[in-house]
Each structure stands twice: as C-alpha cells, then as structure tokens.
Design a protein. Sequence first.
Length: 201
Amino acid sequence: MRDIDETKLELLRTIKFDKNSYIQDCVIVKDGKMIFTSGNRSMVLVYSSEGQLSKSINVGKSPFGLSVTSTNTVAVACREDKMINIVNIDDGVAMQKMHVGKSCFAHTGIMELDSVGHRIRIIPTYVPSDECYLSSNKDKFCYTCYNRFISCCDSNGKEIWRRGVADSGVAVDNCGNYFAANCNKNTLYIISADGKKQNNF
C-alpha cells in the first residue's frame, strides 16, 4: 500500500472541448491516448497523448461509462440503447455490440458479462442511479453516484466502506487507492484502499 498523504499531483495538460461535447467519462490506454465519451453526440472521442483530437467514433445513443479491454479497444456503455459497444480506437469503429436488455446501471446491481455479452452473474449491490461510475481492483468494486457518495464492495456485493464525497468519475491505482471526482466542487479526492483516509486536491 502507498500512503495517500505522500501522494502529490502534477498538472500535465489541460484539454479544451467543443462546447457541444458533453463529456461523461474518460480512460487512458497504454500508449497515452485519452478516450472520452460525448453523451449528447453519441460519440467516443480519441485524443493523442499530447491532447489533440485524432478520431470521433460513432457509437450507440447516450454513451456513458468506459473501460479499457485491450491495448486498442474500449468498452462503452450506452444507456439509451441499453447496450455495450466494443470500440477499436485504432480503426475508429464499433466492432461489437452487446445488447444487455436493460439499463446498464440503475437498480440492477453490477452485471458481469463475458467477452461476447453473455451475463455471467449479477453482483447484488444497490446502485441507486443510472449516472454512476465503476472501477474494480482485484476482488473489490468501487462505484460513485450523482447522489454524492463513493462505495466499495466485495465480489459478493457486501459494502466494505462508503464516503459521502464523490459525484462523478472514479479510478483506482496499482496500490488500490481510489481517485474520485466531485464535479460540483471542482475537487478530486484520493481515498485509501481501506476507506479510512482521504485527501482532496
């Protein structure tokens, strides 16, 4: 584990988006490319590691959450279409569409799917909103909701800890510490893996 009190952040770059791009989520792949969902334009935006737009990829309606699936593919949850797109960010195409039959988020627990979209199981934890973000580390899941909390649960859905600080994106580092954003306060929180300590930036 790494002590979060020793963590320092350094601003590397600022990216300005078109005023019509309602950005919902972001992931960074191995070569430094930054991938964003534009919820109102039904697009995935691919930016270079230097912060320049390189591709705009059409996907399903209301793209929201993102997850890296390989060095050149990401999974995109599209709320209105109730499906998950697997997008090749090099070729600029949605190469696979997995219909999940219901909202990808709210009130269903955490759905675990295989690589072709078959449901393996539902982790029974209460997710109160369809505007939530999820991150996982080993056998733990952590999600944030616009209801302004961050919750960590085990692989059986049992809540381990909860803090009332975050309302948007969440990511985890290699030590299991969580970085969670509060967009209303323009604040980034770092929370220790055990949920006992937090700092903000």
